[in-house]
Ligand binder design. Structure first.
Ligand code: NAD
Length: 360
């Protein structure tokens, strides 16, 4: 029986529409092969929405997203909107979208592709075979804990305060996403905290240990965040799936991603308890190359693969897309950002065509 999915597309700004067009064509090709059917609905978000509707996340966009099975976002932003008041800036729309969809789990893969191994700043033998997934808590911790603010003490001195706080239920829900993610991967989960110093981390560690009983097939380990930062650079291959809080995850997911060396290749997923997830490349809207057919669409296409795997539970379709990406790289096809000697330089559209051929 044909599986039917409603997908909201948010092409956004800059190179967004160009790379989204490639992802949609790739999804349509895979759908034809696997008896899937996608109904795409496009909505305005970011600078494009500011220009058309006067706000970065119009209510109708949020409604369309909520009523779909998954949301694909390209990238938003550009200089022309940077001087607007904060509540009208493109990135405020992104925060609103995450909050509006209740997205508390951010999945950031860092996988070394053998064809691009020389793009990494680390030695080949250190990064060869790296395949890490960082699961970051996205809506709690020190970025949101109360009290927060800059207060004046009794002596008249200013004092800045943020509070790192997690409830058991907040830890459990991110923990479950992480254990489920590890089950779909190498079945090893490393929980990163600072339990030797922070009480909030002690609770984090206790809950992760308790949850582990529900997932006997996953091997759980714990690591302090300072050590995790060192180990990511020293021997990243020891990690499979990492779960950590908002602040630690913000830093570690960027560090892990940069092991791969190429920003045009990195996808991400944000998931909630139920309802649609949000799938988007890590990179921005690259205004410097917008409209020139130079953008690398692969992070966008790999985000579509994450949507299939983690949002729609269509692992075979996700595999097909990921294998097509490997195949075009094997053929020597490259966009300008990942170009090296002896390879074939393609534009964004031509890279899309190469992917379609690889899937077909
Ligand atoms: P950026 O990621 O857009 O670009 C950084 C550099 O990488 C640029 O030289 C760009 O040409 C290149 N690049 C990025 N993606 C590429 C791709 N797919 N193919 C080829 N080259 C690529 O970051 P930036 O320049 O700091 O930001 C530009 C705009 O994007 C800003 O308005 C920023 O706020 C926004 N931004 C949005 C998101 C998002 O939508 N989630 C994330 C980061 C930045």
């Amino acid at each position: 029986m044909t599986q039917h999915y409603r997908i909201t597309l948010l092409p956004g700004d800059g190179i967004g529409p160009e790379i989204m067009a490639v992802a949609v064509t790739v999804l349509k090709t895979v759908a034809e092969q696997l008896d899937l059917s996608f109904e795409f609905q496009e909505a305005l978000m970011g600078g494009a929405a500011i220009d058309a509707k006067g706000e970065p996340l119009p209510m109708e966009t949020l409604e369309v997203c909520r009523n779909s099975d998954a949301v694909l976002l390209s990238a938003i932003g550009g200089d022309q909107w940077d001087t607007l008041p904060r509540h009208l800036r493109p990135e405020t729309g992104l925060l609103g979208l995450r909050a509006g969809l209740g997205l508390f789990a951010n999945l950031r893969p860092a996988k070394i592709l053998p064809q691009l191994i020389d793009a990494s700043s680390l030695k080949r033998e250190v990064v060869d075979g790296v395949d890490i997934m960082v699961v970051r808590e996205l809506t709690g911790g020190v970025y949101f804990g109360q009290p927060k603010g800059i207060f004046t003490t009794e002596t008249g001195e200013k004092r800045g305060v943020n509070t790192m706080a997690y409830t058991e239920s907040e830890i459990d829900r991110i923990g479950r996403v992480a254990f489920e993610t590890a089950l779909k991967r190498g079945k090893k989960l490393c929980s990163v905290d600072k339990a030797n110093v922070l009480e909030v981390s002690q609770l984090w560690r206790d809950r992760m240990t308790t949850l582990a009983a529900e997932y006997p097939d996953v091997e759980l380990s714990h690591m302090y965040v300072d050590n995790a930062a060192m180990q990511l650079l020293r021997w990243p291959k020891q990690f499979d799936t990492i779960v950590t809080s908002n602040l630690f995850g913000d830093i570690l997911s960027d560090a892990a991603a940069m092991l791969t060396g190429s920003i045009g290749m990195l996808p991400s997923a944000s998931l909630g308890a139920s309802g649609p997830g949000l799938f988007e490349p890590v990179h921005g809207s690259a205004p410097d190359i917008a409209g020139q057919d130079k953008a690398n669409p692969l992070a966008m296409v790999l985000s579509a693969a994450m949507m299939l795997r983690y949002g729609l539970n269509q692992a075979i379709a996700a595999d097909r897309i990921e294998q097509a990406v490997l195949k075009v790289l094997d053929q020597g096809d490259r966009t300008a950002d990942i170009m090296s000697e002896g390879m074939t330089l393609l534009g964004c559209q031509a890279m899309g065509n190469a992917l379609i051929q690889a899937i077909s």
